[in-house]
Design a protein around this ligand. Sequence first.
Ligand code: GCW
Length: 674
Amino acid sequence: MKMKRIILAFAVATMAMGMQSCGQTRPENNDGHNLWLGDITAPVNAPLKEKLSKYDSQLGDEGFRIRKNDKGEAVIYANTDAGLMYGTYHLKRLGDCGDLSKLDKEIVEVPAFRYRILNHWDNPNLTVERGYAGKSLWKWEELPGKIRPEYEEYARANASIGINGTVLNNVNADPCMLTREYLEKVKVLADIFRPYNLKVYLSLNFAAPKHLAGLKTSDPLDKDVIKWWNDKVAEIYSIIPDFGGFLVKANSEGQSGPQDYGRTHADGANMIADALKPYGGIVMWRAFVYAAESPDRANQAVEEFMPLDGQFRDNVIIQIKNGPIDFQPREPFSPLFGQLEHTNVMAEMQITQEYLGHSNHMVYLHPMWKECLDSDTYQKGEGSTVAAITLGKVHGNTKYSAIAGVTNIGDSINWCGHHMAQANWYAFGRMAWNPDLSSEQIVDEWIKQTFTADKKFVEPVAKMLLASREACVKYEMPLGLHHCFSGAGHYGPGPWDRSSRPDWEPAYYHKAAADGIGFNRTTTGSNNVSQYNEPLKSIYNNVETCPDKLILWFHHLPWDYKMKSGRTLWNELCYTFQEGIDEARGFIGTWESVEKYVDPYRYGQVHEKLIRQAKDAIWWRDALMLYFQQYSKMDIPADCTQPQHTLDELRRFRLRISNYETPALDKLPEYTLE
Ligand code: GCW
């Protein structure tokens, strides 16, 4: 392969290329579309590009090196167009962030994960499951004929942060996505994305042979079924030669799968993997499986997948949600990461805020994801972090290292529904490129490129964003509580909610009763602790050593249990909620203090949402603590914000939203903020 280079004499050359800083204040009539990218032109077409002949193995196919030449000009070296492009974006980022002095030393950047993938939960009818940024970006009914400019902008934004793959459709997959008609539409997007090193993938419906070809079965061991998939994959590659592969949700929440035919997940995944293998495609097979009758949903992925360890083809990657339940604001890492040894595993993070206030709340998620990646599983002794395992460093399977994020992108004018939610898309890409980057560094970059590099803006806004995830944990589910959501859209509180399945009811998780609250997952309970390697098993199992932040995740404790702080459990809950409420209220003041640095358009929209977020924080506290009070018979301390609604009023409040929308701000319970 040939080595190539781009010479950029900063900053003159970048301006000549049309790469303007996007740190400037937006005009009042801002169209809202501003991403961190500003007006950069496609860097692969940059004029100052040269090819060198020697392949640099340190850089691989996506890495780059930036070194100054004798004239003091920055030179980007890479083996591929992709590497040159990533290098150019990197250089632009250094410029925008005022970090050009870093060029005094040579810079070498190589992406950590090989597959850095967005998962869209977009449906062919343009709804987006758990999508809070309008409708799908993909206008299927217009494709392949009409091409929207957003498609390329999307690819460019992803390229600028190193994302190199995108699954276009929902894991609850409509079989129609594999028809010739849809593949022709997908091809158009793949062609637009290709110059940006962004590959397309699809979610498949395991019953597609039955649905699309009228076969009697979709049994993965049936020869007609195998042939159908082989033919389908061949057809896909004839249309999209660099197709990435499939994402599969099988035997989960009503989706069909190999178990419908008495086969295993390995049988199903391997059949698809074999079809993809000749073309270099991969299968991302999800571990999100759980049965209604299970005594502990948190145990299920390990129970289901451990017996299959070693049976999967090498181009299968088991995609595991960061925690064992479902994208809660805080979960311990999924124990499956620390169990499988002979199987590729990847983490699935959720960028869309299904359980973190949708696009109404400002919650910067990088600290949550990093908490998972940095967790030590102790699988092969100390240092076996989730990051190291998914990078393939612990078991020597680096070839298929991968990470996925469920996107928060839609056709909303600001892309993500909340201006601040763009930070999460940005952070996911930067983290997939380099999981060692700190939350501070990423947020600092994003603010400077998206708003302004003025310190008086950057410092307070960064502080607020960095505090926002912990604040959300405190006001939604402190001390390891989880899944106390109303079934209506997973937006507000509903600790009393009932459902068609016990494991979809909050009571399954909080277990509030006269004797206390919390899920006993110790050796005297569901024994989930035993799925963690030592010393974690013992740490979690012992109430004295279990960290407070997970205490009700692993333990059922009496209301008057004495916490490390000396308070009763009841009071600790009340005061932790209070901190969450106070922090959310504080965000409003912070934002008001930086008003003059932001255009009125974005200022106003964020301000309005921060007010709602603070009101929701009180709503959460009121609903949970008034409901729990029925059992604890204890009072909310007088120095806490007092409830503004009764339990009855809150129970009567009915939010009517689907899984495709976020509630309108004026449709939520009224609260006053003193
Ligand atoms: O978090 C749950 C969501 C479902 C989602 C499912 C999954 C796509 O409530 O909407 O379905 O997880 O991850 O498959």
